[in-house]
Design a protein around this ligand. Structure first.
Ligand code: DAH
Length: 340
């Protein structure tokens, strides 16, 4: 028996296996019901009592060695599998999706950054406003059609009803009421109009309002400020033109066109063959508006302008349907990933 134990011990030490199946076969061969180690334990019963202690110890040592060998083989085979066949280090990595800014935010941020370079600071005002700040203080006569239920979402009725602002010009009024002069601000924000949703109109959209009030501000200053903006936004070669217009809060008023950046002024279907695209309204702040907010119109003058952010973004990226901005379709939004 002593020789059998010695012989088996040597064979166990030399055992090798290259996969899990072979290890399992070894385990059965040694420790299974009919295994060699198990068989020696059977034989142990016939050992004379005085030898039992010695052989018992040797047999237990053999069993422990067999178990340890099986574990050792399992570990080394497991390592080979994980480092060789399962991982292909030459595979391309899995790209992970990053978010991107919404085109309206990108455009609004760009407008803000252009004007902040000229010293304009950002002022925001409430979206739920009263009639005075949206219309009254801006020289809208009481019967003006813009106050009509068809355009404005009213929250309450009465003499000075609460409503959703229809333009960011209301923030001008709040600024003139509380800021020290001179004032040089831009006011980005959401506005609301009671309109049917279509490719060209939405009931919620975004505007940026600009206001500059100081002593001796002239129409020429306004023209220069807007030209600088157009060139930063649409490219160094951009030109602007002003067409006479009317707004209750400015006198004189104008509408500003920028030369079409797609056909470079030659005429295409984006500019409808004119070579020009309308980008904003502007004008010299009406003295009535200055006085309504307590500013001396004999001492101070100023200009104001207002533009639609969706419109600027549409012109910049040739977006044809305004509804795309609100549908959150990732195929549309991901086109702006590289824009900023
Ligand atoms: N508030 C006008 C609108 O909603 C835009 C506008 C035009 C703003 C002329 C101005 C301005 O400040 O001077 O259409």
């Amino acid at each position: 028996m002593e020789n059998k134990i010695k012989d088996l011990m040597q064979r166990i030490e030399a055992m090798k296996a290259s996969n899990e199946q072979e290890i399992e076969e070894l385990r059965v061969r040694l420790l299974g019901k009919k295994g060699e180690v198990t068989a020696l334990f059977e034989e142990f019963r016939t050992v004379p009592p005085e030898m039992k202690k010695l052989f018992g110890q040797k047999l237990n040592g053999l069993k422990t060695a067999a178990q340890a060998k099986i574990e050792e083989l399992k570990n080394s085979v497991g390592k080979q599998v994980s480092s060789s066949s399962k991982t292909d280090l030459t595979m391309p990595g899995v790209p992970y999706l990053t978010g991107s800014r919404h085109p309206i935010s990108i455009t609004r941020n760009e407008i803000i950054s252009i004007f902040s370079k000229s010293g304009y600071s950002v002022v925001e005002g409430p979206e739920i406003e009263d009639d005075w700040h949206v219309f009254g203080a801006l020289n809208f006569p009481p019967e003006h059609p813009a106050r009509d239920m068809q355009d404005t979402f009213f929250v309450t009725s009465g003499d000075n009803p609460v409503l959703l602002r229809t333009h960011t010009s209301s923030v001008q009024v709040r600024a003139m009421e509380k800021l020290p002069l001179p004032i040089r601000i831009i006011c980005p924000g959401r506005v609301f109009r009671n309109e049917a949703i279509s490719a060209r109109a939405h009931c919620i959209f975004h505007q940026v309002e600009g206001l500059y009030i100081d002593e001796g501000v002239s129409f020429a200053d306004m023209k220069q400020a807007i030209l600088l903006f157009a060139q930063e936004m649409f490219g160094k070669d951009a030109k602007i033109r002003m067409r006479p217009s009317y707004f209750p809060f400015t006198e004189p008023s104008a509408e500003v066109d920028v030369s079409c950046n797609i056909c470079k002024g030659k005429g295409c279907n984006i500019c409808k063959g004119t070579g020009w695209l309308e980008i904003m309204g502007c004008g010299m702040v009406d003295p009535n508006v200055l006085e309504a907010s307590g500013i001396d119109s004999r001492k101070y003058s100023g200009f104001a302008f207002g533009m639609g952010v969706e419109r600027i973004a549409m012109l910049k990226w040739q977006v044809k349907d305004l509804r795309e901005y609100f549908e959150n379709d990732l195929r549309f939004l991901s086109e702006f990933e590289t824009a900023i």
